[in-house]
Design a protein around this ligand. Structure first.
Ligand SMILES: NC(=O)c1ccc[n+]([C@@H]2O[C@H](COP(=O)([O-])OP(=O)(O)OC[C@H]3O[C@@H](n4cnc5c(N)ncnc54)[C@H](OP(=O)(O)O)[C@@H]3O)[C@@H](O)[C@H]2O)c1
Length: 287
């Protein structure tokens, strides 16, 4: 099974690239501005001819499209550009998939279920584009993604908290809006399951049956490591409420409970950042 990952330099895409390489023939990954991993090739996915060229050379059976600008404020301030990066790239991916008879797996967002802002609208529109992949499409909607990625630099929730801890800084986190947490490794597992079992034609939320604020989630993840975490009520809205894993279950895909994803991410932190974990606690955990 030949896999092409568009946006393999992203926080989520880089993790998918490494996880899926262990299970499939990942023939190519692309980046736009950040050549994060060796062997990635450059691609501006807004350019349909470049997308077609990369896809025709890679001859994938499955294309995984992770491209977006996920910064909601940036999208609100740059609506035309947001449309171009978040929607037109998905159209180009679907067209290119059709040209080589590949299936398309599009990484969307839970935000698409409740398109109250420009970012969310572009994700929903991109889903519609992805559904034009006529040899098979699968749309995955992660919630608030946590966990280790080879991309440690992008300004993502998990990366930012690790950065603060390394610099011995406090992490100040919103305690108002409640989000559905998703473990990044769960996305890889769902994709592997879909490819192995030929599960397409569905829109699947990848969630852990929990709703937590950024602060509460950080406390559950990092409190035991002694990270300095401070709540701040930013009076943000909770959009949409709890999403359950019934679609994952219906499709017999892997599921994880909230305590399980917390344990997964904590063990990633211990493995990758041992200096951030109190030695005494690691020993106790090992018993
Ligand atoms: N992180 C989350 O909590 C979360 C939650 C739900 C859904 N998602 C979705 O998951 C996907 C990845 O999110 P992320 O957090 O990993 O984002 P990210 O780290 O900001 O990565 C965005 C990716 O898009 C690429 N890109 C941007 N413009 C491009 C262009 N013109 N052509 C080709 N590639 C381009 C970037 O490449 P370069 O960096 O090389 O420029 C990067 O690989 C997005 O679709 C996002 O909507 C994320």
């Amino acid at each position: 099974m030949r896999i092409l990952i568009i946006g393999a330099s992203s926080y989520i895409g880089a993790r998918l690239y490494l996880d899926l390489k262990r299970k499939f023939e990942v023939v190519q990954g692309t980046y736009n501005s950040n050549p994060l991993l060796t062997n990635l090739i450059p691609l501006d996915a807004r350019d349909s001819a470049s997308m077609m060229d990369v896809v025709k050379r890679a001859r994938p059976d499955v294309i995984i499209d992770v491209v977006a600008n996920p910064d909601a404020k940036w999208c609100a301030d740059h609506q035309k550009e947001a449309q171009d990066i978040n929607v037109n790239t998905a159209k180009n991916a679907a067209d290119a998939a059709n040209a080589v008879k590949a299936k398309l797996i599009y990484i969307s967002s839970l935000a698409a279920r409740n398109p109250v802002n420009v970012y969310a609208k572009t994700k929903l529109d991109a889903e519609a584009e992805a559904k034009n992949a006529k040899y098979g499409w699968l749309i995955l909607r992660p919630g608030h993604v946590i966990g280790m990625s080879p991309n440690t630099v992008n300004e993502r929730y998990f990366n930012n908290i690790i950065k603060d801890a390394k610099n011995n800084n406090e992490s100040i986190l919103d305690s108002s809006a409640k989000l559905n947490p998703t473990w990044v490794g769960h996305i890889s597992e769902v994709i592997a399951f879909a490819i192995n079992n030929n599960v397409y034609g569905a829109v699947v939320p990848i969630v852990s049956n929990a709703l937590r604020s950024r602060y509460d989630l950080a406390r559950d993840l990092f409190g035991k490591f002694g990270f300095k975490l401070l709540p701040r009520d930013e009076h943000r809205d909770t959009f949409g409420g709890l999403v359950d894993d019934s679609e994952l279950r219906r499709l017999r895909m892997p599921t994880y409970s909230y305590p399980e994803i917390i344990a997964k991410v904590q063990s990633e932190v211990k493995r990758n950042y041992p200096s951030l974990v109190p030695a005494e606690q690691s020993r106790r955990e090992d018993l």
